[in-house]
Design a protein around this ligand. Sequence first.
Ligand code: SF4
Ligand code: SF4
Length: 410
Amino acid sequence: MAKVYNWQLGREMEYPYAGGDRERQFAAVFNINRCIACQTCTMACKSTWTHYPGQELMFWNNVETKPYGGYPRSWDAKLLEMQETLDPGGQNWAGTGQADVRSPYGRFDGKTIFETANGTSERVTGYLPDDDEWKAPNNGEDHGTKMGPDGAKLPVHQGWFFYLQRICNHCSYPACLAACPRNAIYKRKEDGIVLIDQERCRGYRKCVAACPYKKSMYRPTTRTSEKCIACYPRIEGQDPISDGVPMETRCMASCIGKIRMQGLVQVEADATWTHDPRNPIYYMVHVEKVALPLYPQFGTQPNIYYIPPRWAPREYLRQMFGPGVDAAIEKYANPSRELLALLQLFRATREVIFAFDVIPGPVAQTLNVGGRSRTIYDDTVVGYDAKGREVARVKVVEPVVTRPGSINSI
Ligand code: SF4
Ligand code: SF4
């Protein structure tokens, strides 16, 4: 095992391979608060990549309902239990505060899925879901917890559920890659996308067992494993409609709820992100710290970040997104001018946004939110593509256009 630096854990950790020579990393922010579970993203992906024989139950993108939903069934609860059994009492962030300055979340001293596998015949702790667990992608959909007499009141609802949008995290330290005995899985230098070489794969399913997010899937008709490819022709700027610049993936570009923003961040040799506050993803993850990784304690350094839901119990969310949850929700509920403006840029264009600017505008409204006075400004946010060209311009206050009665049908 090599020693690599995991900035989400605030420490070095063991991983089968030394760090890579990456230049950029595919990453995204999903705002859970906005998702309506329309599954448009799911179907955009499925109709593009996984509609062939043997892929019937393969969903590279899925949206599940927490706490009861999961695809495959109970994927996260099962691994959390395994980790707790192998590292009793260790799976917490008790060391918060002593972290390396490069970590925004504190320090996780518990064992990752690579470290709990030490001394076993496997490189990664995991499990292979059985066929029954893959059968129902919408298992538990829209099932909430029991509603109490006070019902829905912030800060935490008594009856609650939320939607969790899931794709492959194109992890900085992929468990699928670590576990593959054929070296069939690789991570690209130019964008950090993780791919399975279909020629080398022999379908041993080690990656399926190892991926903590269960985003590598077995296809019985080809006897190989397959996974999300991050729509890489789009990321490479090969899609004819994007004029040679990186373009958002199918699931991101089709999002009805405008919950998704995708980006590419510059990375250093130790897989930390190069300081770049004009990059929208960097800004939300490292400056505002409003978007958090999913189960960072597993240790793969996942690259899809979530703005956590305001209304779900904090303890549940801390286990899922780490100790940054309370501060992230506070930021989202009381956003800075820059963050409020940036949130309007989600799904404003199909090109990947590499930089943004906020142009100050006049006062639009003064509100009283939870006893606090807040001023909303009608600022303008501008997004730029890979070539520095303006590709989106949105105002905080959505313009209202009233049609003249003469053009209304009766
Ligand atoms: S398309 Fe967007 S809003 Fe609809 S389910 Fe997917 S992430 Fe949620
Ligand atoms: S989410 Fe799973 S399949 Fe995707 S890179 Fe990480 S370990 Fe591999």
